[in-house]
Design a protein around this ligand. Structure first.
Ligand code: AKG
Length: 368
């Protein structure tokens, strides 16, 4: 997310009713990318071919994003807090190791989602999603007719606030495993919000309160399935985007790399550290920190030889709370860069426009 002027934010608010997905269906019939990949066709359909300017460079420089050893918060607190602060300001990304989530649990999370995507078509189609809530098995983001699509399928789940979470019944262990994993994500989210608050120089509960309190946060996830792609130079597994929510905990595929982040205006490839959970700052934390922390663009390149599975867990503010820069951070020299907007309003916009929605709004604004 680039720094948005207040006007742009207001502009986004204004477009709400226009952009809101009011239909509960997709603008075109849904085609599963997995079935395209398995067809053995050597040319990808035009609908997946990105404009030249968005096509990926498959062999970009590899960089190590900061690795944070979480035990350091106990044994060398000052140093570790400093490392986290730098990572949030300069990278918007870091890799957490020794995070306390059992390797066995993480392995089971990965294995269950991998199994889901390899269930029979009829099993998966029972959970086909619609743009109304996005929950379930999906193959596109955004409802713009004729949009260029990404080379991936996904499963999206809303976990908190508790509603009728659309759990797949297969594999049968998936729900239990994900409930266990969610507890760990919520624990990590709470710890990190305290660390971020202290690092910003405010009371340790400031960000958690701004999120609406620990009991009212939002938690949702997207399991991503990137099938093999015969022409990975023409498309993307996931288009460039920044995450709209609070922060994201990403379990990357440890065997198949593909995540790239934009660093100093250049795409760099990420090689995940062993057993790491990748954390990235989302747009809401960029707003709350008045852009001291960066919500950084990232994307996923497709792979010609191997399929890839990842799990992005989004830790978000309460839907209806107004998100705006923390008052203690606003001074004459550092005026508020954003006007208040609820996360719900913001998300509605992004959902209608797809992952590149906010960049479109920004460029529209800058053309005026
Ligand atoms: O698959 C990945 O490595 C990244 C996924 C991601 O950025 C997302 O789901 O928002």
């Amino acid at each position: 997310m680039k720094v948005l002027s207040c006007h742009v934010e207001v502009e986004m608010g204004k477009q709400k009713s226009e952009a809101e997905p009011d239909s509960c269906d997709w603008p075109e019939p849904i085609v599963r990318v997995q079935s395209l990949s398995e067809s053995g066709e050597l040319l990808i359909p035009n609908q997946y071919i990105k404009p030249q300017s968005e096509r990926p460079c498959l062999y970009v420089k590899e960089m190590n994003i900061p690795v944070i050893d979480m035990t350091g918060l106990v044994i060398s607190r000052e140093e570790t807090m400093k490392q986290i602060s730098e990572a949030c300001r300069k990278w918007g990304f870091f890799q957490l190791v020794n995070h306390g989530v059992w390797t066995e649990l993480v392995d089971r999370v990965r294995e269950n989602w991998r199994k889901f995507f390899h269930e029979r078509k009829e099993v998966k189609e029972k959970y086909a999603n619609t743009p109304k809530t996005y929950e379930g098995y999906g193959s596109r983001l955004g409802v713009e007719k004729g949009a260029i699509l990404d080379w991936s399928d996904y499963y999206y789940l809303n976990y908190l606030p508790h509603s009728h979470t659309k759990w797949p019944a297969h594999p049968p262990s998936l729900r239990e495993v994900m409930e266990e994993y969610t507890k760990e994500i919520l624990r990590l989210g709470e710890v990190l919000l305290k660390v971020f608050s202290l690092n910003l120089g405010v009371k340790e509960d400031t960000l958690q309160n701004a999120f609406g309190g620990a009991k009212d946060v939002g938690a949702c996830l997207r399991a991503n399935f990137y099938p093999k792609c015969p022409q990975p130079d023409l498309t993307l597994g996931l288009s460039s985007h920044s995450d709209p929510g609070g922060m994201t905990f990403l379990l990357p595929d440890e065997q198949v790399f593909g995540l790239q982040i934009r660093k100093d205006n250049q795409w760099v490839a990420i090689r995940p550290a062993r057993d790491a959970i990748i954390v990235n700052i989302g747009d809401q934390l960029q707003v709350l920190s008045n852009s001291i922390y960066k919500s950084v663009e990232h994307r996923v390149v497709a792979n010609p030889d191997k399929q890839r599975v990842s799990l992005a867990y989004f830790y978000n503010p309460k839907n209806d709370i107004l998100i705006q820069p923390i008052s203690e951070l606003i001074t004459l020299e550092t005026p508020a860069l954003y006007s208040p907007m609820t996360f719900e309003e913001y998300r509605r916009f992004i959902r209608a426009k797809g992952p590149r929605g906010k960049f479109q709004v920004e460029s529209l604004k800058s053309q005026r």
